[in-house]
Design a protein around this ligand. Structure first.
Ligand SMILES: *Cc1c(COP(=O)(O)O)cnc(C)c1O
Length: 384
């Protein structure tokens, strides 16, 4: 969409409200009899552009942008349920998503059941007559395990429920949940869509009917709207999204292969490698292995810390999807809140690191990891 000035870069309409020519036109717009914007919480031209472009990329009929990824997840689930309903979700979730499902929903009379996402029988067994929503993250954070989206969508639909997929780890480029049968896809656009560490954002993508019925009014009235400025930054991010994700997943694949052969590392988890336990599923539902790699250090937490501290190019950060490579230790950061047994059940060991691969030169990254691993090994040997 271009204004009358024919600008090349999208216009930033940093405005809260809109001017009406006459009282009659204001009345008509409020009645829904004339098109046009009313208030930025309801809609804004820059945010609109971002929503339309994301809908095209995802192959969705409609989209609504939100202030953050968590606003998108919360609205996509809460918009569909009321007291007395039931939600089923995989246990391996981004920490705040787990809070919404496990703590927040029950406070409003919506029961939730957490299942082992890889086990289809658990999904089936969790279904109740009042189950309204199934919620999935795949690949999961941080262990990069997968959920069979097409199979879980079938279970949802057989029980008259919907399937919502948090597709952040796969990105819109590497996995298309709507084509696999999901009813709704959510993103934290804070991650790969911005991709350069600037703005928070989120988006909900679904059929026009789904958005109108479950999401539209909730967002208008409760107000987690995306800022027009952030939408403009996201539009710039979208221009290079495909290039970045291709480069980042290429780097991730190369790094996963390097790490897999290293004596300081006991296990590498990457959905694009044939030794991933769900490699066949990855090939079926994804077109790439993702931009993240998880791995376990032989020397446990001490080795993981020593290794991460010795990195020169890769930064220590719990964020992901950025053009800069980042590493985090889930057991002491993102998953610190969990009891040790709960962490173990999710496969998050004290030696595990999660690497979000950026767009740097792949040999520079491999060299950086190699020197840090060498340092960690020397450190480990000295401690013995
Ligand atoms: C980051 C993230 C979120 C939350 O997004 P915010 O933009 O930080 O609110 C939700 N799900 C996944 C998988 C994420 O990585």
């Amino acid at each position: 969409m271009r204004s009358q000035f024919g600008e090349m870069s999208e216009a930033l309409f940093l405005t809260q409200s809109y001017v009406y020519e006459t009282m009659e036109s204001a009345e008509a717009r409020f009645k829904g009899e004339a098109p046009g914007y009313i208030y930025a919480r309801y809609g804004n031209p820059t945010v609109d552009m971002f929503e339309k472009r994301m809908a095209m990329l995802e192959g969705a009929e409609a989209a609504r942008a939100t202030a953050s990824g968590m606003a998108a997840v919360t609205a996509a689930i809460m918009g569909q349920v009321r007291a007395g309903d039931h939600v089923v979700s995989s246990r391996a979730l981004f920490g705040s998503c787990l809070y919404v499902v496990e703590d927040l929903l029950p406070r409003f009379g919506v029961e939730s059941t957490l299942v082992d996402g890889e086990d289809l029988q658990q999904w089936q067994a969790a279904m109740r007559p009042n189950t309204k929503v199934l919620f999935v993250e795949s690949p999961t954070n941080p262990t990069l395990s997968l959920v069979d989206i097409a199979a879980v969508a079938k279970i949802a639909h057989a029980g008259n429920a919907t399937l919502v997929v948090d597709n952040v780890f796969a990105t819109p480029l590497l996995q298309k949940p709507l084509q696999l049968g999901a009813d709704c896809v959510v993103y934290s656009t804070t991650k790969h869509v911005d991709g350069q560490g600037r703005c928070l954002g989120g988006i909900i993508l679904a059929s026009r009917d789904f958005i109108d019925k479950h999401v539209h009014n909730l967002l208008r009235q409760t107000g987690p709207a995306m800022s027009p400025f952030n939408a403009w930054v996201m539009l710039k991010g979208m221009e290079t999204l495909e290039l970045r994700v291709a480069r980042q997943s290429g780097n991730a694949a190369r790094i996963a292969d390097f790490l897999a052969g290293h004596p300081a590392i006991s296990r590498v988890i990457y959905p694009g490698r044939a030794d991933h336990p769900q490699y066949e599923l990855a090939k079926r539902q994804m077109t790439g292995g993702s931009t993240l790699v998880a791995f376990e250090m032989v020397g446990g937490k001490a080795a993981a810390f020593a290794m991460a501290n010795a990195l020169q190019i890769v930064k220590i950060s719990n964020n992901l999807g950025d053009a800069k490579s980042m590493i985090t230790h889930p057991a002491t950061t993102t998953h610190q809140r969990l009891q040790p047994q709960a962490r173990a059940a999710l496969g998050i060991s004290d030696g595990m690191l999660r690497l979000s691969c950026g767009i740097e030169d792949e040999l520079d990254l491999v060299e950086d990891l190699a020197q840090a691993l060498q340092y960690a090994e020397a450190f480990h040997a000295a401690a013995q």
